[in-house]
Write a protein that binds this ligand. Sequence first.
Ligand code: G6P
Length: 619
Amino acid sequence: MCGIVGYVGDKEAAGILIDGLKRLEYRGYDSAGLAVVQPKGIKVVKKRGKVGILDESLKKAKLKGGTGCSHTRWATHGIPSKENAHPHLSCDGKIAVVHNGIIENFHALRDSLIKEGHKFRSQTDTEVIVHLIEKFYRGDLGIATRRALKLVRGAYAIAVVSSNEPGRLIGARCDSPLVVGIGKGENFLASDAPAILAYTKKVIYLGNFEIVSLTKDSVKVTDLSGKEIPKETSRITWDAEQAKKSGYPHFMLKEIFEQPQVLRGILDERLKKARVSFQELKISGAELKKFKQIAIVACGTAYHAGFTGKYILEEKLRVPVWVDTSSEFRYRGPIVGKSTLVIVISQSGETADTLAGLREAKARGAKVLAICNVLGSSIAREADGVIYTHAGPEIAVASTKAYTAQMAILYLLAIYLGKLRNVISSKDAEKLVVQFKETVAAMRLLLGRYKKKRNTIATYAKAFRSYYLKHKEKGFFLYLGRNINYPNALEGALKLKEISYISAEGYPAGEMKHGPIALIDENPWVVAIATRSRVYEKMVSNIEEIKARGGIVIAIVTDGDKEIERQGVNYVIEVPVVEEFFSPLLVVVPLQLFAYYMAREFGYDIDQPRNLAKSVTVE
Ligand code: G6P
């Protein structure tokens, strides 16, 4: 939540700072602002609303200077307004700070700073940081920032500039992400690598309580007491092109269509014939053989991938697997220990609750394996072992390709652990790999059907909108699934809520009779996942029950299924035949597309839905 960028170098900072913000906008878009150190002092421009509005206003501002910082906000303390937008300035206007995170003791700090004569201009927690730095400033911005941060409790990633030291940029972090980009004659700070990919791929990942002092030619990392910390530089494998829309109207659509390629990449990277390898996984085979249960911890879409993981891992490993949302897991004294493998799943690797869950599990003696997309992220670094999804940058707030990539890793993990624990034979592993590859091919085929301008899913979205408007906005959605596709029902409903703002709930179809069926009249539209499986007939009966009560049904079925049509379902979406075990990878695609076309039909901002942020770094 919130994205920050910093620049020091010979180029004009403003353009680079804005460009970076545009690439970080998925982190928040309530307001945006930037500060540039100009010959006559710091100039701050900030606006309520999206980065585009700030960009427009900069055309008049003509900012000149090679040092600055910028921010896109997801409001926590203080309403989205110009006053609360970052950067925040010191009383004398000579220091500017941008911040991502929450300062928990800001009330106390603010009260004592006010007593000392500091004037606050916003309701934000962030503003205490800049006043503290001002208070401690004696000619060295780095020392003043260190002293200020020693008093601060909470999460932060900050960038600081001062007109007293025009060629210097300070960054620091604790629990909110910050990468340092190393350029030639220029250096950068950013919440996430895509912001600076166009300029450099050489980065340093800052650790907690580390502070970096940058000039255009130097990089020095210290701890809060000023002791220098030697840091490794890493190379980012993503390229700037991957973070562009490449002709698609929205990142979400691009990312949906990228899925076969992402899965193919995962298979190519991880498989040698039917042998799965996870090079970066640091947990030894001996340790992985020993655990007696698995706990999966994640939030949002990653939680749904984990939920599918329960079905995948239990079926193949025959060990108990339970799944929890991170925010519940961390506070309920989870019963995990030496015999538990805890798997945390996070696209960003920065979700605050998942990170806290990871720490809780480690403190209780469990081994933690992370499945992450972002290299060098906090979760990836703090876990005992990590498996990267390598799905490339996911920019749309609504997660799609990260979801299927996370599931893909869980499938491979099942094969890997199954062989290790001697519950899957080499022959079975080979068969599973073939089925997996067939599923990826089927996904490509399925998406090919929706490349056309007019497609059935888009038509169904249109039909719902007409219904909704005609019935005075009464329609809502129930998503039903069973067994391994039940988590997909949850995910389909989540996607619709996130970007179409239409009420949608996911249910295990067998639970309909225990409550939700009371909702059935002509109002709810029911999306029923009814592909060929061991629970197909049960699902057909559930559909019958809904139709008998006047519900409108969209059924997802296997190619050529005529039986469901006989139930009088209103709309049918066909998907190619694949092995039931791998079907979640395929079935989610029409659910993603349906949510996408619904949001498009209603004219909503698909990539940046209201109130959401891609990376939730606050609790
Ligand atoms: C936010 C995003 C979701 C994402 C969830 C977990 O809510 O909007 O798309 O699934 O966070 O994020 P993570 O980065 O941990 O996978």
